[in-house]
Design a protein around this ligand. Structure first.
Ligand code: ACO
Length: 325
């Protein structure tokens, strides 16, 4: 039985030039490199320049993904951007990127699921491609979290950074087994009872201000591992695969301790886990495609490898995607 699968044709990423080290942060707030590394694994983050917006980061990543896929921008008929830090309240930042890429057909829109945004965007694009509505999609995660941080709050400002990553997906017929290339299954969850544990205290309708990120870190930590492992188990069940079949776990890069604990609970060997949080901190929706670009770029992720993506974030939202590269 032939089925349509969304196959990854290429990947790309972009990090702003400016690097802020833990030592530099320790000069601004009461923290230390040792504390940040021990609790999170983060060593540095990138910060967008004045005048550099989420759309600029996303456009750089999209161009890199198109070049890697060796396809022209005009062949893209769908752009789904995951972001919680749009250039403007509206229009969607996806249309800014669409315009910067010179694309004037098809559809472009934003998806907002905070740190799980890339998984939600990937699942959205996958369903449109599988249905035949579109043929070739750019799925982008791009964020400028530095713009919504309270730089006086050491509990949050040490954790986040700016960046973008993207993949090009194409609908291709496949035999319909778990040996197919492309996205094999996606699982999305949310539970708004946790909305006050990680949120931004502003918005167009409530305060008419942008607001700052607020988080109960311990509460987030407490729920993260269980939620992540639940949706990964859902992906195993849906495809008849197990942890042994996984070649790579590419998690949302929030915190090394959450990633290590999740992999351990699932019996996924540490050498199969792609870890880039040390290089760029938590870039929210951008972190999975950033990590994918590193591991595919250095030759770790190869054609036909089975790759598990997972994320958890504000809302709470959480999700997984299992794909064969
Ligand atoms: N530097 C030094 N000390 C700090 C800092 C800092 N940057 N931040 C907090 N502290 C202090 C606290 O004030 C507290 O001091 P006290 O004992 O004198 O009161 C002490 O460190 C311990 O604070 P906790 O908040 O209990 O520290 P914890 O071990 O929980 O680590 C952390 C905090 C890293 C935020 C942890 O809770 C965590 O990783 N949570 C998950 C949050 C996360 O990853 N969020 C990302 C978004 S969600 C997602 O992407 C999954």
């Amino acid at each position: 039985m032939t089925v349509m699968r969304s196959v990854v044709l290429g990947y790309g990423s972009y990090l702003p030039e400016r690097i802020m080290t833990n030592a530099e942060l320790a000069a601004k707030v009461d923290t230390s490199d040792e504390w940040i590394v021990q609790r999170t694994g983060i060593r540095q983050r990138h910060i967008a320049a004045t005048g550099e917006f989420t759309s600029h980061l996303g456009t750089h990543a999209a161009l890199a993904a198109l070049a890697n896929a060796k396809v022209e921008a005009h062949t893209i008929d769908l752009i789904v951007l995951a972001t919680s830090t749009p250039d403007n309240t509206f229009p969607a930042t996806a249309v800014q990127i669409q315009s910067a890429l010179g694309i004037h057909h098809g559809a472009a829109f934003d998806v907002q699921a905070v740190c799980t945004g890339f998984i939600f965007a990937l699942a959205t694009a996958d369903n449109f491609l599988k249905s035949g509505a579109f043929k070739r999609a750019l799925v982008i995660g791009a964020e400028t979290f530095s713009r919504i941080l309270d730089w006086q709050d050491r509990g949050t400002c040490v954790l986040f950074g700016d960046g973008a990553g993207a993949v090009v997906l194409e609908a291709q017929p496949q035999p319909g087994t778990n040996k197919d290339r492309g996205i094999l299954t996606t699982h999305l969850r949310s539970d708004g009872r946790h909305k006050d544990k990680l949120f931004v205290d502003g918005g167009p309708s409530s305060t008419q201000t942008v607001g700052h990120l607020r988080m109960e870190g311990r509460e987030v930590f407490k729920h993260a591992v269980g939620m992540i492992t639940d949706v990964i188990e859902d992906a195993f069940k849906a495809t008849g695969t197990t942890a042994d079949d996984i070649d790579w776990l590419v998690p949302h890069q929030a915190n090394k301790r959450i990633i290590d604990a999740s992999a351990k609970k699932l019996n996924i060997a540490p050498q199969k886990v792609v870890l880039t949080v040390d290089l760029h901190g938590n870039t929210s929706a951008a972190s999975i495609p950033l990590a994918l670009a590193v591991a595919a770029g250095d030759g770790r992720i190869k054609k036909n490898d089975l790759v598990m993506l997972e994320a958890m974030g504000g809302g709470f939202t959480w999700g997984s995607a299992l794909l064969r590269w």
